[in-house]
Design a protein around this ligand. Structure first.
Ligand code: PGA
Length: 249
């Protein structure tokens, strides 16, 4: 039985003050919700204040990125340990915006997943094809390559700690969601591929969908056998719409 995960990725939005105001408004809206893991991914300066405010509620806090090294001369970066020290429980790795705008490679994603697990944070490994790749019939080839590189240094015993997020690049921030069956097709493929790596442990790996998830489409996505939650961008910025997504059933 996989507990669904609904994660909100705030990207480069919200000051520490805005983040705190969000949490104060959001927590009462989801106070009665059971059986769903909620994760908030604020910008770096908001990790500590958000972590303070959600303490004891079961809500997780994710860093949106980390470097793979433990420390060093890497101006502008933070280490997984620093994220954990600030109160993070999770870390997003390999988001398509990191891959697209900051030249992050598959290999870097693999190193980051390894580094994040090593400090006991939960990695949320993002992968997904671009529109050109989908139109060229390369979707499965691309997501398989990203998956294998991302999980290459993870043992089957650690496998269930990893969360995978399938986010077709053409659906991110565009208002164009993959249809539920379109997403399910890729999720089923990913689980099959994970099963080849980790055998039965694949059954406990949560695979989230991301890309224009909204209160209106979450239920149909969640009705699919291999969709175990969502990574939400735009619709996670308001407490009301994010709470509606959390309460999908
Ligand atoms: P979106 O972003 O929900 O705004 O499409 C999703 C994401 O980038 O994780």
């Amino acid at each position: 039985m996989r507990v669904p995960v609904i994660a909100g990725n705030w990207k480069m939005y919200k000051t520490a003050g805005d983040s705190a105001a969000f949490v104060r408004a959001f927590l009462p809206l989801v106070a009665g919700v059971r059986g769903v893991e909620i994760v908030l991914a604020p910008p770096f300066p908001s990790i500590a204040p958000v972590a303070q405010l959600v303490k004891g509620t079961g809500v997780g806090v994710a860093s949106q990125n980390v470097h793979f090294a433990a420390e060093g001369a890497y101006t502008g970066e933070i280490s997984p340990f620093m994220a954990a020290d600030a109160g993070a429980t999770h870390c997003i790795v390999g988001h398509s915006e990191r891959r697209q705008y900051f030249a992050e490679s598959d290999e870097m994603a693999g190193k980051k997943v390894r580094a994040v697990l090593s400090v006991s944070l939960t990695p949320i490994l993002c992968l997904g094809e671009t529109l050109a790749e989908r139109e060229a019939g390369k979707t499965f080839e691309v997501v398989e390559r990203q998956l294998l590189a991302g999980l290459g240094a993870v043992s089957p015993a650690e496998g269930p700690r990893v969360i995978v997020a399938y986010e077709p690049v053409w659906a991110i921030g565009t208002g164009k969601t993959a249809t539920a069956p379109q997403a399910q097709e890729v999720h089923a493929f990913l689980r099959l591929r994970i099963r080849r790596l980790w055998k039965d442990a694949a059954a406990s790996v949560r695979i989230l969908y991301g890309g224009s998830v909204k209160p209106e489409n979450i239920s149909s996505l969640m009705s699919q056998a291999d969709i175990d939650g969502a990574l939400v961008g735009g619709a996670s910025l308001s407490p009301g719409s994010f709470a509606d997504i959390v309460k999908f059933h």
